[in-house]
Design a protein around this ligand. Sequence first.
Ligand code: NAP
Ligand code: ZN
Length: 353
Amino acid sequence: MYKAKAYAAGSATSPLAQTTIPRREPTESDVRIEILFCGVCHSDLHYVRDEWHESLAAIYPCVPGHEIVGRVAEVGSAVTRFKPGDQVGVGCMVDSDRTCANCKEDLEQFCPNGVLTYGSPDKHGTAPVTYGGYSESIVVDERFVLRIPDNLDLAGAAPLLCAGITTYSPMRHWGVGEGKKVGVVGLGGLGHMAVKFARAFGAHVVVFTTSESKKEDALRLGAHEVVLSRNADEMEKHAGSFDFILDAVAAQHDINAYINLLARDGNLTMVGAPEKPLSVAVFGLIFQRRSFSGSLIGGIAETQEMLDFCGEHNITADVEVIPMQKINEAYERMLKSDVKYRFSIDMASLKSD
Ligand code: NAP
Ligand code: ZN
């Protein structure tokens, strides 16, 4: 065991603060990674403040962070895919049972015995639960370590590990591509990645935002049209016209307004995970055979496919790099939808703490 510097929350109401955490010595199949950047996901905030208590209760102390990029510092004796110096990433999962039907289909995110990057029981017994990427280093089984293409900027690549795969996966699943009209609701960390992917896949892309100030950015990021969702006339113009809508909103909102924009057989997928249940008017679904579904990150193989796609198309997140010490301020700004479009923590800042 060794000690690593990290930022942790001690309770649902306390700010994050510096601490040290134990990390295991690499086992034969482990990779020890020096963390260079970690993206700040709205899920970190939901979890730290225990907003998901009923579905996923927080355990403290909590070290969040599941958009991790860094360099391999050390590998176990049986590791074959990585060597010291490699540029790598870790997303929301660090292990699974590898034997269930989901794991066999490369859908580890649905494994009943999956281990999340933070907050899951630590089967190595190093600590009560796993600790995430707001830290100077992490030790992960090589099967859950991803290769980051060399041409990608690392600060901007970090958010691909969650925001990237969470938007890439459902769009692949629902066949987003040429000839499809696709909506993206909420231009935050996930939403801005969804716009980049939908555009790269060849779809006609419409962004729905509550922030008038993001209109220009939405077009620059690749949207063909932008709709201010609080303007009923603008919404009405798109009624019954979408093949697919991805909803990446982190708070309560009227989901029926978007269901009514779907064409016959259209699908609305939720990736946003608001604290409280949403109310669905089923007539909106019944009359046009529309469907309403959800999606959770993506499997390891698909995450690597997404990273390679980003390498080929030069796609990264638009980030504001912050020092670790600014994390509590960053959370407050995230709640005001004031992020352009992802915070990425420069872990070098932790060294001076
Ligand atoms: P974010 O950066 O905070 O973006 C959320 C966006 O939602 C905001 O930028 C804002 O966009 C919009 N929004 C916020 N409050 C709103 C309100 N009251 N009404 C309507 N729109 C509002 O968050 P994120 O990191 O992208 O995460 C988004 C959600 O996805 C979170 O709930 C997160 O936990 C969840 N998530 C799910 C998965 C998964 O696997 N399913 C993975 C990662 C994250 P505008 O300013 O454009 O309106
Ligand atoms: Zn996330």
